[in-house]
Design a protein around this ligand. Structure first.
Ligand SMILES: [Mg+2]
Length: 177
């Protein structure tokens, strides 16, 4: 199954500088992100989210409340004809040294196992270098959405300005194979 993994904050919704999305009210869609997810799901791609949410481990947000935000996110997408199959999240803090917190690829391996995915044919779209490191460790094709110049010297991934641009790139690339 071809699949696409998305980071959440900074890819689907607006990142909160130095903080976390702790309520649905604070969840602000990035322009075009719903349409991009719809475009990809319409084309038959299985779409998953893999997000670090250390706010749970830090006691800032209860896991149930995080999952509720994701339920509302998936519901809102579905209303617009866009489908996300499952949201994987790492609730741990960096000190936990878990296998799931990106840049570690644990969430991606778990998703592959649970859904029978071939990661080498899959994409990861993220806005952090740690997303690209996780993609790389899982043998996936990384697409970085970020304008930070210091990230330009890394060649292990493609760059796009936003999720829609990344989606169009994937469709073009897949179509030409
Ligand atoms: Mg992010």
């Amino acid at each position: 199954m071809p699949s696409i993994f998305l980071d959440r904050d900074g890819v689907i919704n607006k990142k909160i500088d130095g903080g976390y999305v702790t309520t649905w009210k604070e969840f602000e869609w990035l322009p075009g992100s719903i349409d991009a997810i719809k475009l990809l799901s319409d084309q038959g791609w299985g779409i998953y989210v893999a997000t670090n949410q250390a706010c749970v481990g830090k006691g800032i947000l209860k896991q149930d409340d995080l999952e509720y935000i994701h339920t509302l996110m998936i519901r809102e997408l579905a209303k617009n004809g866009a489908k996300i199959k499952k949201v994987y999240f790492c609730p741990h803090t960096i000190e936990t040294r878990c296998r799931c917190r990106k840049p570690n690829p644990g969430m991606l391996f778990t998703a592959a196992e649970e859904n029978g995915l071939s990661l080498s044919n899959s994409y990861f779209i993220g806005d952090s270098i740690t997303d690209m490191q996780a993609a790389n460790a899982a043998g996936m094709y990384g697409i970085l959405i970020n304008d930070a110049e210091q990230m330009l010297n890394r060649k292990c991934y493609h760059k796009a300005r936003n999720l829609m641009e990344a989606a169009n790139y994937i469709l073009k690339r897949a179509g030409s194979c």
